[in-house]
Design a protein around this ligand. Structure first.
Ligand code: FAD
Ligand code: A2P
Length: 276
């Protein structure tokens, strides 16, 4: 059968070199033309606090790692790591990352950091998770962490996108949480999900800032107005959103905290570069 083949043709192909800090993609799901989520193997040594982010990426054309910050969307007890990603058409990383398939390798630097962690807030009665777009990712982690429900009587997830299809990842995640055998009981009656759209007619609409300042969300959920004695907040969205929502929270008397000085609210950018 091998007659006529040269030695070179018979020699085994050199194995593709492994990426540094490589993890293997275990699943990929595309939600819209601009959004997808994926899961990868978790480095055995990786410990993180739900809400933190890591640097992930692929090898660039120049042979150097092309890395970007990504919130870990899975909770800290999960055996795998989940990420929820934008697809920027000409984005250096996501123009390639959006094509990953099960079995592919990605680079993951196992050094988690971030401000959206329970330790950065003083104890309170309610916690508000305020997110636009992919800013949902850290809360996808925190909503699935039992510690969130041990620490607070009520957990309010406000997520706003332009259109309904962009809310779908979060909507399904919340639905699954309620149906989950283990955490479902913990979540029942505590997790209040308040998704809104701004550019497509849906049952609930409006910017998070507007629904807070008008008092609509408090009326809809039958909750008291936000106050520094009872309420805590975590914010993750575009820079413009973060700036505006901070002013709203300060208006309610909440002060910005940090890992080093826990107070009433904390903020993280969902991405860099929207002109502010
Ligand atoms: P880039 O050159 O990085 O970005 C190009 C442009 O695309 C940006 O200037 C901006 O205008 C826009 N853009 C980038 N990211 C987003 C986004 N997420 N939503 C809307 N517009 C965006 N991205 C995620 O998709 N999921 C995450 O969980 C996530 N977590 C992050 C956590 C932190 C702390 C930070 C700082 C950023 C995070 N990002 C996240 C953004 C991410 O780091 C990259 O910017 C994104 O993956 C695009 O990479 P890129 O190389 O394709 O384009
Ligand atoms: P809007 O449609 O009214 O701009 P984007 O896709 O531009 O990042 O926006 C995601 C969501 O965040 C949209 O629903 C958008 O509402 C909302 N948003 C954008 N900027 C702000 C802001 N400064 N304050 C409150 N919501 C904002």
């Amino acid at each position: 059968m091998t007659e006529g083949l040269t030695v070179t043709e018979l020699a085994p192909k050199p194995a593709k070199p492994h990426l540094p800090d490589a993890q293997i993609v275990t699943s990929v799901k595309h939600w819209t033309d601009n959004l997808f989520s994926f899961r990868v193997t978790r480095p055995q040594s990786l410990r993180f606090r739900s809400g933190e982010f890591v640097m992930i990426g692929l090898m660039g054309d120049n042979g150097k790692p092309l890395l970007r910050a990504y919130s870990i969307a899975s909770p800290n007890w999960d055996e795998e790591l989940e990420f929820y990603s934008i697809k920027v058409p000409d984005g250096p990383l996501t123009s390639k990352l959006q094509h990953i398939k099960v079995g592919d390798e990605i680079i993951l630097r196992p050094k988690p950091v971030g401000t959206l962690v329970h330790d950065a807030l003083l104890p309170g009665k309610r916690v508000w998770f305020l997110a636009t777009g992919t800013g949902l990712a850290p809360f996808a982690s925190l909503m699935r962490d039992p510690e969130t429900y041990e620490k607070y009587d009520q957990v309010i997830m406000m997520h706003t996108c332009r259109t309904a299809d962009e809310l779908e990842y979060g909507r399904q995640l919340v639905e699954e949480l309620h149906n989950d055998e283990l955490i479902g009981e913990m979540v029942a009656g505590k997790l209040r999900y308040y998704p809104t759209t701004t550019r497509e007619e849906t049952a609930q609409m409006g910017r998070i800032t507007d629904n807070l300042t008008s008092g609509k969300v408090f009326d809809d959920l039958d909750l008291p107005r936000m106050n520094p004695a009872e309420d805590r907040a975590m914010v993750c969205g575009s820079l413009a959103f973060n700036v505006d929502v901070k002013a709203v929270l300060e208006g309610f008397g909440l002060r910005e905290g940090a890992n080093s000085e826990p107070l009433e609210y904390v903020v993280e950018k969902a991405f860099v570069g929207d002109g502010i």
